[in-house]
Design a protein around this ligand. Structure first.
Ligand SMILES: [Zn+2]
Ligand SMILES: [Zn+2]
Length: 484
């Protein structure tokens, strides 16, 4: 690591003298060392911030847990925190933990991990993390190091934190997939190998096979991560109170479906899916078949909802159901799938485009859980790209733009060139609709391939629909706006 620049902030008074004691006669020293690291060819930059805090024995009494904020920008792919302090022969002991952006209140789900006094260095990123910390996406915004003042000597303790943020250039790209397919292992008419061949011919990069209430298709056709399309093992849990997909099961494993309608045990079932590392998705929540509507509780671990089932396009009732969840603050990803059983239906008629780091089960399901999904009418068309920007910051589908209330938002939609079968071509003959909190608020022609809108920031979510004539050809997941 080479040091290129060294900046020292002006000494300033801490905002809360009760929690931040002055260091070196009233000064809080913040050093920012900007450096370029070449750890691997993919790691482009790493920025280290050194934060020094001093605590007294009185601080320990008034606030056993102290919170040290640091900001991380979008695109951060690794956080490394190194903690040093003088243990003073065991009379000082300062524990370490981490909270991601969100509430610091007791019971907050933002606690990202805790290592107490066991380690002085923690590292976390999307795929790996130090023991005691959850790996996963690193949301942009204000994180906090928790310092637990277990012991503070009468002379006080000075704690140095080196926070290093690394950004690896994104290798994300859009992958096309169908997350809901049947075989002869339930009421489909095709062997699993035939379904995979048809999905590949349809242009799909990945599929989830989701037979009703079993995963035995994967015993007949074990997933091979090197074959295309990528084969994700799923199950369609089929109950009298509606159907749900779970993706990421082991071949031959199953989750028991023998529930009633409006059965509280659905929560346990969804938790059991999470415990297996599988993602839980409510299927066709408002459908015109017997016992297909979702009348079960909505499990907290619900990751997705199928608002677009089959070749008909998104169902208004299913979208209303989804918006109801979103307006309540539940981050549930909308998905489209064909629910294919047999010809003459088309695999991929109702499919997703997922922006993922790689074509692996873990990367695809992580991106689906994170909302990096656009729903499409057919399997081959490229997705519209929808971003919301303000004051140099930008957020894409599934992401949150954090801005002050009233800040101007630039909403940009790029509609690529494609023709959905049987319809007029996009972008020339297509329109873009903008929705706010599920309500249509604006429309623009997409003829040039670009549509843009303006709006002032308030808490809520924006979503885009692309139509050819009156037929929906693409429906994005939301970009969330937070003014908190
Ligand atoms: Zn179903
Ligand atoms: Zn089905």
């Amino acid at each position: 690591m080479r040091t290129l620049d060294l900046r020292t902030s002006k000494p300033r008074k801490p905002r809360n003298p009760g929690t931040v004691e002055p260091w070196n006669r009233g000064a809080l020293l913040l050093l920012t060392i900007l450096s370029i690291a070449t750890l691997t060819p993919l790691v482009a930059t790493a920025e280290t911030t050194v934060i020094i805090r001093r605590y007294t024995a009185d601080d320990r009494l008034s606030g056993r847990y102290q919170y040290v904020p640091f900001e991380i920008p979008a695109g951060t792919t690794q956080i490394r925190i190194e903690q040093t302090y003088d243990k003073a022969g065991g009379t000082n002991a300062v524990d370490l933990g981490l909270v991601e952006p969100g509430s610091l209140e007791l019971g907050s789900r933002g606690l990202r991990g805790w290592s107490g006094g066991a380690r002085s260095e923690i590292v976390l990123g999307p795929g790996t993390a130090s023991p005691g910390y959850r790996p996963g996406p690193l949301p942009a915004g204000r994180w906090h190091v928790i310092l637990g003042l277990y012991k503070v000597a009468p002379a006080g303790v000075e704690v140095t934190l080196r926070v290093t943020l690394a950004a690896t250039p994104s290798t994300k790209r859009w992958y096309a997939g169908d997350l809901h397919l049947h075989t002869v292992h339930s009421d489909g008419n095709t062997e699993p190998a035939g379904v995979l061949d048809m999905a590949r011919d349809a242009g799909l990069d990945f599929v989830a096979i989701t037979d009703h209430n079993n995963t035995t298709h994967a015993l007949a056709m074990p997933p091979d991560p090197t074959r295309r399309p990528l084969h994700i093992v799923g199950e369609e849990i089929t109950t009298p109170g509606g159907h749900a997909n779970v993706w990421g099961m082991k071949p031959g494993d199953w989750l028991d479906f023998r529930l009633g309608a409006n059965d509280r045990r659905m929560n346990d079932l969804a938790s059991a899916a999470s415990a297996r590392g599988a993602l839980f998705s409510i299927n066709h929540p408002v459908a015109d078949c017997d016992a297909c509507d979702w009348t079960q509780p909505i499990p907290d671990t619900t990751g997705a909802i199928e608002v677009w089932n089959g070749g008909l396009g998104p169902q208004a009732g299913a979208i209303a159901f989804w918006d109801d969840l979103l307006r309540k603050g539940k981050r549930v990803t909308g998905v489209a799938s064909s629910d294919w059983h047999r010809p003459p239906g088309f695999i991929g008629a109702g499919s997703v485009r997922v922006l993922a780091e790689s074509l692996t089960e873990q990367a695809i399901l992580q991106a689906v859980a994170g909302g990096a999904v656009v729903m499409m009418r057919d399997p081959k068309s490229p997705p519209p790209v929808f971003t919301v920007s303000s004051d140099g910051r930008s957020a894409a589908v599934g992401e949150t733009l954090r801005v002050p209330a009233g800040a101007p938002l630039d909403i940009a939609v790029t509609v690529p060139s494609f023709t959905s079968p049987g319809l007029a071509a996009c972008p020339a003959d297509c329109t873009v609709e903008l929705s706010w909190n599920g309500r249509k608020i604006d429309t623009a022609r997409a003829a040039t391939g670009q549509a843009s809108f303006r709006r002032r920031a308030e808490n809520g979510y924006l979503r885009v629909t692309v139509l050819s004539g009156t037929t929906i050809v693409a429906l994005t997941n939301p970009v969330f706006v937070s003014t908190k």
